[in-house]
Write a protein that binds this ligand. Sequence first.
Ligand code: G3P
Ligand code: CA
Length: 268
Amino acid sequence: KDESLYPVPSSKILNVAHRGASGYAPEHTLVAYEMGEKMKADYIEIDLQMTKDGVLIAMHDTTVDRTTNGSGAVADMTLEEIKELDAGSWFNERNPEKAKSKYVGLKVPTLEEVFRKFGRSSLYYIETKSPELYPGMEAELLRLLDKYNLAGVNGRSSKVIIQSFIPESLLNIHEMNPNLPLVQLLSQPVLDEGADAQLEAIKEYAIGVGPSFARITEEYVQKVHSHNLYIHPYTVNTREAMERALDWGVNGLFTDYPDVFREVIKEH
Ligand code: G3P
Ligand code: CA
């Protein structure tokens, strides 16, 4: 593996707080990110959408419907409109056993607000979501990384890993800054004879792959490593699955429960 483009020692197992500690708090709120940090996750995972007025915000879906009290496409709303929404109450309604009054009225954070809050003391695992809907999102992301001094002069000094399901988005970023560590997400990783070709193509621009854990095997992990790529599967939430992932030799994983993964890593 190319260690020079990896922000941490290659032997370190990365504990990535998926959408923050989203098993305990409303995803993609500052509270969920803080909780991830308290649970000693290595990275805060952030999904990006872009508002009508060109502001990058932390949100998983292209619409605000699931994770706020509003409705409609992010692309059709200004930041001011997004900021009127309650991004926490849905969590209380959906998870009464985990509900907290402090979640009521939480705001959707902009990427810039996340960087202002956590600065260079955190590591960020950032996903460009639906880049086809948001021309210019990659350039805006790189502008903010520069502004907050998070991109580094090489992979090792970078505070971010950038991930996407869309190769064109990663290629676009790679062209603008070849020193940024990139990870290709794979919802349907090719496991059969096409695997080598897929991984070789990815190796041209990325340091690793992020496949769905439900779709991979131990042999696949070995195959990824044989191409000198890192592998960070998503989303692994049970102890049993975390142990299996570690047995298979993954380099880290995305989880809604970074506290549980921290324990599993320690015991493994
Ligand atoms: O980014 C890894 C994982 O988060 C991909 O799935 O849908 O949760 O963004 P999703
Ligand atoms: Ca994601």
